[in-house]
Design a protein around this ligand. Sequence first.
Ligand code: NDP
Length: 318
Amino acid sequence: MSTQSEHLQCLIIGSGPAGYTAAIYAARADMKPVLYQGIQPGGQLTTTTEVENFPGYPGGITGPEMMEDLKNQAERFGSDIRWGMITSVDTSQRPFKVQADDGKQMTAETIIIATGATAKYLGLETEEKFKGGGVSACATCDGFFYKGKDVAVVGGGDTAAEEATYLAKLAKKVYLIVRRDELRASKVMQKRIFNSPNIEVLWNHETVELFGEENGFMKTLKGARLINNKTKEEKVINVDGFFLAIGHKPNSELFIDVLDMDEIGYIITKPDSTATNIPGIFACGDVQDKIFRQAVTAAGTGSMAALEAERFLAAQDD
Ligand code: NDP
């Protein structure tokens, strides 16, 4: 293993819209950022099809293409974008000591965490099969494709309520599949569910499997087989879209017991800032945002993190 050590002004961990935007800003500020892409280069957007709500793309763009554009823009200003993962960060002193899985050891004056979050799935084999062919974990990304169709949302929290009410405005009918006989969502969100005439809540239901048509690589969802966990009765619903809203897991494991986090693991940043509890470490995008979780809001906080890192470095030089 190489013991080569580099000294960085700015290390960015993660390659979604937050990480790449941070890299664009940090590179333009001459901080010579190094960005490690992580396990899923391009982040969650690479798992969606068409992105139609990111400003600047009037005709829409695919998620992977948009991420390639952001990467190219970051590289244009000299960002050093690398394959691989950061495996450990020693925050006990500055510069922070960092180890990557490519064997590189680095020291970094500032770190921008943009590791995102991962949507939780039920873990069904058939769910995996129809990902991108009807199964999605983002109604705002993919809901538009189900205009006038029947869809299902799984979950009973605020995300499920928000996604179901969003979809109810587009789709003909929305089934909300809830595993218990009550919702976890806040009262105001519940009210919206109950006031939407085209949302049918299926209480005490769990999904057994999804089914659809397969034509080579093309897979098209047609419905779901459910079971009532109280009566054990089976129910089949015919839906074109199946949306998971059973929570996200922020990718913050590297900083457990080091950075302030909420009970789910979202990194807590200072109000109106991306600063964490450790000076010189900033967090942006979905790893610190459980409410909005949009590419454009992630990009916005990415720019904030780079600006704050730049100001932090400048203050050290004073
Ligand atoms: P939550 O953890 O709050 O809710 C997850 C929901 O999914 C629960 O109803 C849970 O059921 C259900 N669930 C979990 N696992 C399964 C499974 N395997 N099968 C079926 N159902 C399952 O996650 P959210 O993403 O909804 O919210 C996360 C946080 O973000 C919350 O604090 C929420 O308030 C906040 N939020 C706020 C918003 C806002 O203010 N506008 C918008 C979105 C989120 P059960 O209840 O039985 O455990």
